[in-house]
Ligand binder design. Structure first.
Ligand code: HEC
Length: 202
């Protein structure tokens, strides 16, 4: 074997060894920041949805939801290295379709009949290390307005949803059903400052 190649391989092995032996970040800190972000994301959405419904009715609230949810997600993704979104296997907007980690997590979380659960792991893709976190979203009474039995929706609501989301899969849910998950990706170490500030502020 060529000398340069051997030392190249040894160098790569040494780099991998050093990488895995470095003291990892404190996982509890990452979990606690992820919980805080998903708690406030859910709180903010529920509040905005119920006030929009009482002000402009369910049909009027559809726009609020489609604009607000991604806006709130962007706000929580503003920390360096952070990506926050909602995912579901039965999605209304294809933009919220799961990637392979999220699909696997949704499978595991959805197998539980009830409760607020989480699923997390470390991931390396193209040399980028990331902490991946999912947290169950269940159907509340409020949600049935737009994700319940479509036959019970007003004709106006059906019209708005089918125009905006012709491939809508997100109806037919009942209160308590598994609806999907919040998904957080914290690239490491870029996301560290965000973890620290969220743990101190929220
Ligand atoms: C006023 C109607 C309305 C209400 C009420 C509503 N949603 Fe939605 N929901 C939507 C719309 C519209 C979208 C698509 C948003 C987008 O375009 O990203 C959506 C998307 C979602 C998604 C992302 C996955 C997907 O299907 O695209 C989840 C998860 C979700 N809703 C859960 C809930 C939960 C839980 C509640 C109750 C707390 C709720 N929704 C209440 C209209 C509503």
């Amino acid at each position: 074997m060529h000398r340069g190649m051997i030392s190249g391989i040894l160098g790569a092995l040494a780099a991998a060894f050093i990488f895995f032996c470095q003291k990892g970040p404190d996982q509890e800190q990452l979990i606690s920041a992820s919980r805080k972000v998903t708690d406030s994301y859910m709180g903010e959405l529920k509040m905005a949805l119920s006030s929009a419904i009482s002000q402009s009715g369910v049909v009027g609230a559809v726009d609020v939801c489609s604009e607000l949810a991604p806006e709130v997600a962007r706000k929580y993704s503003s920390a360096d290295g952070w990506e926050v979104r909602r995912v579901s296997r039965k999605f209304r907007n294809a933009h919220n379709a799961p990637d392979s980690f999220e699909s696997q997590g949704l499978e595991i979380l959805s197998a539980k009949a009830q409760g607020d659960d989480e699923y997390y792991t470390w991931d390396i893709q193209d040399g980028q290390r990331a902490f991946r976190y999912l947290r169950t979203i269940r159907m509340a009474v409020l949600c049935v307005n737009c994700h319940g039995d479509a036959a019970a929706f007003s004709p106006e609501l059906r019209q708005v949803l089918s125009t905006k989301y012709p491939n809508d899969n997100a109806t037919g849910f009942e209160v308590g059903d598994f609806r999907g998950a919040f998904s957080i990706k914290i690239n490491w170490p870029q996301g560290k400052a965000g973890v620290d500030s969220i743990n101190h502020s929220l």
